[in-house]
Write a protein that binds this ligand. Structure first.
Ligand code: FES
Length: 80
């Protein structure tokens, strides 16, 4: 699905850009050109940013004891 018609920017591109660290509309504008023409896509593009309505964060349920193998000791203690 296109997010920005003016610049042919897709939802997939926006998600990939956010996953690569884009955190502001300026980042998306710089990397993809989104919202740099008519601006109608700005609100939609922002919804993919951290904290936005379309932003997703993957969560993984770890089996008991697995955290100590993955996380630093201090974080593993908090996870237990
Ligand atoms: S639709 Fe994105 S700048 Fe026009």
């Amino acid at each position: 699905m296109y997010i920005c018609i003016c610049n042919a920017v897709t939802e997939r591109q926006v998600r990939a850009c956010v996953d690569s660290g884009a955190a502001t509309l300026d980042d998306l504008q710089y990397e993809l050109g989104v919202a740099s023409c008519c601006g109608r896509c700005a609100e939609s593009a922002c919804s993919y940013l951290p904290g936005g309505a379309c932003h997703t964060v993957a969560t993984v349920a770890l089996p008991a004891g697995a955290a100590s193998e993955i996380l630093p000791a201090s974080a593993a203690q908090q996870a237990a």
